[in-house]
Design a protein around this ligand. Structure first.
Ligand code: CAA
Length: 382
């Protein structure tokens, strides 16, 4: 068992860290305040660095790297900007990966390749007003009419919504089938007539990442855009989310690492009672807990990523990684604000943003409660 990263992984971390610190960080605060997505910086530059398709084979425009490299990239981006981290994660894990895993050769050439190369951005549309944690409650419909599927319904909370060109959309294709069995997955291009965008969410955190409502009104898509088998959409969504949760766990890990480093640096600089804060045991204990939780989260995230690349089962491990890393991010960011005292509560320091950004990692791609369902089901079955 190795606990040391390979030279390739170390180089990947250094490359993404250099990019994140020199190019992403300078505008993180302003983009958060203005709720502004910067496609050139937050996506096109990632494509130039080979990150938008990092895990896919080179024949489909990818870099042929492993899931650990991907997790490290999301971690490093999120250490300075959680919105940039989730842009990559939603694009790659949720938009591109189901096409890689379930698409036909034709779909891979037509859709996966531009996604992996980063000339197009991907997104995933599962959630509806009455189908959040209960993903099987999907009400959007898909009816076959000649050579086309006709989509009707509204999806909410779509990360990269509006910006992405290619959407994996889940809809009920068989009204008579029992709940999750009647759902299918479809690939929908942004400019398809009948596909429009509704409300853009105003959020507590990850404010520089667009979250949008998608509206389908008699939207006709070619029959060939069915992804995977008809009626297997729920399983495609679940398997996609297993991988997506590694991305969000890595995002949470990066937020926690960023908050910890900010608290550590501040505690060494700030003096009270004529001593640096870091010399007080109360502060040291907080820093000790942060460092320990982050290390444990990192081992869980990297283990899930390793299993995904090795072709081993990883659904339970991804859920554990996401559960633990997201709760770590929330705790560490909250404590980082505490270490900063009154200054931590102001926008002059980054920790208040990190605390706001951390919260979503306990909610999207399955709440902490859903992760416990996934883990609980796994450990009790059989
Ligand atoms: N892989 C493959 N198949 C799976 C699976 C998995 N990980 N999990 C479940 N299944 C299968 C089951 O084996 C079962 O199959 P059969 O019909 O053959 O028996 C079927 O799917 C139904 O399983 P369940 O009965 O367990 O399903 P359920 O309805 O009780 O739901 C759940 C379980 C874990 C709560 C699930 O619904 C879930 O994960 N919900 C959360 C959804 C979620 O994460 N939403 C976030 C959307 S994306 C987002 O956040 C926006 C964004 O852009 C970032």
């Amino acid at each position: 068992m190795h606990f040391e990263l390979t030279d390739e992984h170390k180089l990947m971390r250094q490359m993404v860290r250099d990019f994140a610190e020199s190019e992403v960080l300078p505008s993180t605060k302003e983009r958060d305040e203005q709720e502004r997505f910067d496609r050139g910086l937050m996506f096109d530059r990632l494509a130039e660095l080979g990150l938008t398709g990092i895990v896919f084979p080179e024949e489909y425009g990818g870099a042929g790297a492993d899931y650990l490299s991907y997790a490290i990239a999301v971690e490093e981006l999120s250490r300075v900007c959680a919105s940039t981290g989730v842009t990559l994660s939603a694009h790659l894990s949720l938009g591109a990966n189901p096409i890689y895993s379930f698409g036909t050769q034709e779909q891979k050439v037509r859709y996966l390749k531009p996604l992996a190369e980063g000339s197009k951005m991907g997104a995933f549309a599962l959630t509806e007003t009455s189908a959040g944690s209960d993903a099987g409650g999907t009400r959007t419909t898909a009816l076959l009419d000649g050579d086309h599927w006709v989509l009707n319904g509204t999806k909410i909370f779509t990360t990269n919504g509006g910006e992405a060109e290619i959407y994996v959309v889940f809809a009920r294709s068989d009204r008579n089938a029992e709940k999750h069995r009647g759902i299918s997955a479809f690939i929908v291009e942004r400019d398809t007539p009948g596909f429009t965008f509704g409300k853009k969410e105003e959020k507590l955190g990850i404010r520089s990442s667009p979250t949008r409502e998608l509206v389908f009104e008699n939207c006709r898509i070619p029959k060939a855009n069915l992804l995977g088998e008809e009626g297997k959409g729920f399983k495609i969504a679940m398997q996609t989310l297993d991988g997506g949760r590694i991305g969000i766990a890595a995002q949470a890990l990066g937020i926690a690492q960023g908050a910890y480093e900010a608290a550590l640096n501040y505690s060494k600089e700030r003096k009270q009672f004529d001593q640096p804060l870091a010399s007080f045991q109360a502060i040291q204990f907080m820093l000790a807990d942060m460092a320990t939780q982050i290390e444990a989260a990192r081992l869980l995230v990297y283990q899930a990523a390793f299993r995904a690349s090795a072709g081993l089962s990883f659904g339970k491990e991804a859920a554990m990684a996401k559960l633990f890393a997201s709760e770590t991010a929330m705790q560490v960011a909250t404590d980082a604000v505490q270490v900063h005292g009154g200054y931590g509560y102001t926008r002059d320091f980054p920790v208040e943003r990190m605390m706001r950004d951390a919260k979503i990692t306990e909610i999207y791609e399955g709440t902490s409660e859903v992760q416990r369902i996934v883990i609980g089901t796994s450990v009790t079955k059989g």
